[in-house]
Design a protein around this ligand. Structure first.
Ligand code: NAD
Length: 296
């Protein structure tokens, strides 16, 4: 059984850490929010008094933080996790952050004699609770092989995407497809409404024709055709529009840095920006269809 330090016990981190405990691992956790840390204690984990103490208690350290800013602040510097942890500690950062920061921290880890994987997830809070997340992992082969059994406790699909930062690259590319396709499917339903074409008819045709995609067949943005989609529960998230906007902005930052042409990614980011700016950040991202209807 592994000794694991876990920093960031929020909506995602806490259920992930609980699954590690259930599998018999020793978990020492820390969160700035004391109530979240106490919840780990209630589940049988050890509660550390600082992120540094949690990192020192683990041979493997998992972090699940809001953004690249927190990851840089926590990992780097004289009292950063890379400096204070035992030599050769394997760090797994599962936060969704920008590729540049992920690569910068991975280089700093190597310089400090530590090992580092970026391993962002998809699957949301439901997937974190059920232990069915998808992990997209960047880093060295040997570190991936060592981390894999632990990732399998928290997830179902574990993919090694390449070297440092490639896990984050996979995550933002996937979510750029998702944001664009959700807007495309939503626009088609809004146009169908104007043309007097029934939702179910469009679904029956497009779900078996060339318009087929996940945003249509699994996460349909109108109520009815896919009973499990958030459209059937007034667009309760799911995956919030604010999270989608965060990932689309990361994709746009990366596109700017690499000079990649992503005109539809840029439009998707703008569209979600307007939706979230209108106070809809907590709504499921498929609720974008209501915004499009309102802009006829
Ligand atoms: P969250 O805000 O619920 O959790 C983040 C936690 O980190 C908070 O509890 C916060 O107190 C803690 N934290 C921040 N700075 C800290 C520090 N310096 N030391 C210790 N703790 C600190 O966010 P979340 O929903 O759990 O998401 C975490 C990451 O996972 C994000 O990067 C997000 O983009 C990504 N993600 C989230 C989802 C989702 O559906 N929620 C899905 C996929 C990926």
């Amino acid at each position: 059984m592994a000794r694991i330090g876990f920093v960031g016990l929020g909506n995602m981190g806490l259920p992930m850490a609980r699954n590690l405990l259930k599998a018999g691992h020793e978990v020492t956790g820390f969160d700035l929010n004391a109530a979240q840390a106490r919840a780990l204690g209630d589940a049988g984990g050890q509660v550390a008094t600082s992120a540094q103490e949690a990192a020192q208690a683990g041979d493997i350290v998992v972090t699940m933080l809001p953004s690249g800013r927190e990851v840089s602040a926590l990992y780097l510097g004289d009292d950063g996790l890379l400096a204070v942890a035992g030599p050769g500690t394997l760090f797994i950062d599962s936060s969704t952050i920008d590729v540049e920061t992920a690569r910068k921290v991975a280089t700093a880890a190597q310089d400090a004699g530590q090992r580092m994987l970026d391993a962002p997830v998809s699957g949301g809070v439901g997937g974190a609770e059920a232990g069915t997340l998808t992990f997209m992992v960047g880093g060295a082969d040997g570190d991936f092989t060592e981390a894999r059994p632990l990732l399998e406790v928290m997830g179902k699909t574990i993919v090694h995407a390449g070297g440092p930062g490639n896990g984050q690259a996979a995550k933002i590319c996937n979510n750029m497809i998702l944001g664009i396709s959700m807007i495309g499917v939503s626009e088609a339903f809004v146009l169908a409404e104007k043309l007097g074409l029934d939702h179910q008819k469009l679904f029956d045709i497009s779900s078996t024709a060339s318009g087929q995609c996940w945003s249509l067949t699994t996460y349909c943005p109108v109520p009815g055709p896919v009973p499990t989609s958030p459209a059937n529960r007034d667009y309760q998230a799911g995956f919030t529009a604010a999270m989608m906007l965060k990932d689309l902005k990361l994709a746009q930052d990366a596109a700017t840095h690499t000079d990649a042409a992503t005109p539809l990614g840029a439009l998707a980011a703008q569209t979600y920006g307007l939706f979230v700016g209108g106070g809809q950040g907590g709504v499921d991202f498929s609720g974008i269809i209501r915004f499009l209807r309102g802009h006829a």
